[in-house]
Design a protein around this ligand. Sequence first.
Ligand code: ME8
Length: 507
Amino acid sequence: MPIYLTTPIYYVNDKPHIGHAYTSLATDVLARWHRMSGREVYFLTGTDEHGQKVEKAARDAGQDPQEFTDRVSQAFRDLTVTMGFSNDAFIRTTEKRHYEACQALWKRLQERGHIYLGAYEGWYAVRDEAFYGPDELVERDGVKYAPSGAPVEWVREPSYFFKLSEWTDKLLEFYEANPDFIAPPSRRNEVISFVKSGLADLSISRTSFKWGVPVPGDDDHVMYVWLDALTNYITAVGYPDEKAELWRFWPANVHFVGKDILRFHAIYWPAFLMAAGLQPPARVFAHGWWTNEGQKISKSLGNVIDPIALVEEYGLDPIRYFLLREVPFGQDGDFSRTALGHRLNGELADVLGNLANRTLSLIQRNCEGKLPTLPPVRDVDTTLIAPLADLPVSVGKLLEAQEYHLALEEIFRQIRGANGYITVQAPWALKKTDPTRMTEVLRHLHTALRAYATILQPFMPATMGALLDQLGVPSDARGLEALATPLPDGIDLPPPSPLFRKIEIAA
Ligand code: ME8
């Protein structure tokens, strides 16, 4: 079965920050994992380029919206390179094929009787590109705000509506029948209680600005940016051509989103799709929010974390590791340099780097750089070797449940065990007393390191690639299946070099 994974398409009102990198990173790791397990994967990311917010950002920058979106979209494309993302495609909502998909979906909804013309009167937050009911707003100093803190304005204009109110029961039935559709479970409960409180019809067109996809047959209206944006997920796989080669990827396996945009993905999107007679995605995972050293990340506080600067300072793989190790996926987390330092020094350098370096240096020095012969597994070796076979299975289960931190914990528990093994077996001391046993211990450690490096590739592709080079693993033997076939005895291993560099931790 093919696997389709998506990130949100990011607004081009501003340059990318750590939050954007985070969502795409989680998607990337799962995409790489599935590919390494032999699955066919389509991994999509891109940019959301219409709407009032982007139009305003272009105006503030003194640029025409198309020129502006071309520039900022490129910054998101560059980020995929800096972060080492393996996306198969990058979609922009200003592409012609996307206009066609949006208009086709609109017509289908209209033909099936789900759209009517009316007038919208109510609150709108441009920052969230969202409509809010009066009872959802909070008031501070006589000014009304959306629950997200975004300012709201009163909007009154002709508008097409989607009959969302008719979907309350059908959505509740859908959540019931598909308990894994919304994750994590706390978010699922939130959505269910929101839907249970009843859904109002949704305004799906705007007339007060032009920067959007025109409504078919009524040029005074552009489509509501969220209808346009959500449609990207089907545009990218060929919609409206359901015979397109890529259409086999639909429905998506996981839409990765932040908790801020869960409502759009878990309520509006399945309703639009079911109304159009299309299958809803299998799952929407809403992860938590990063703060910076305990503070909300915001432009006005000037504490936005630039992922490119971070990668320049600490290296890509330590950042990839830290983001997924530090915070359980789904919960909020704090970005702190001290925490990053502890993970980098205490886990990557001391636990993994040290094990690799000790093992490979000993092979280099004491075995003339040749891989020792595959030995029998003695009783004392079973603690190291026996759990290796199950590791890909348990890690796979955790990753398929988006439990990244638990997957890393599991792998590092075994690597710590391997450090215990090397200390107890002390191969450095065996050179004089029992050189045959020394080669056995080193080969077992090599076997274990190969498994750890293979399994960790999705998290730290470049560094684990370097470790697999040092372990002499050919590039066509780096998938999970290849772990069952030992490397030939006696192959030459290159001289090792350190994988991670320690950093200074501020007190
Ligand atoms: O909402 N912590 O785009 P957007 C964690 N265009 N994740 C964060 C974050 C933070 N502090 N800040 C942002 C949009 N994110 C729409 C999406 S999809 C059809 C349309 C991440 O540029 C998180 O994934 O505002 C969040 O959902 C997303 O960026 C919002 O990106």
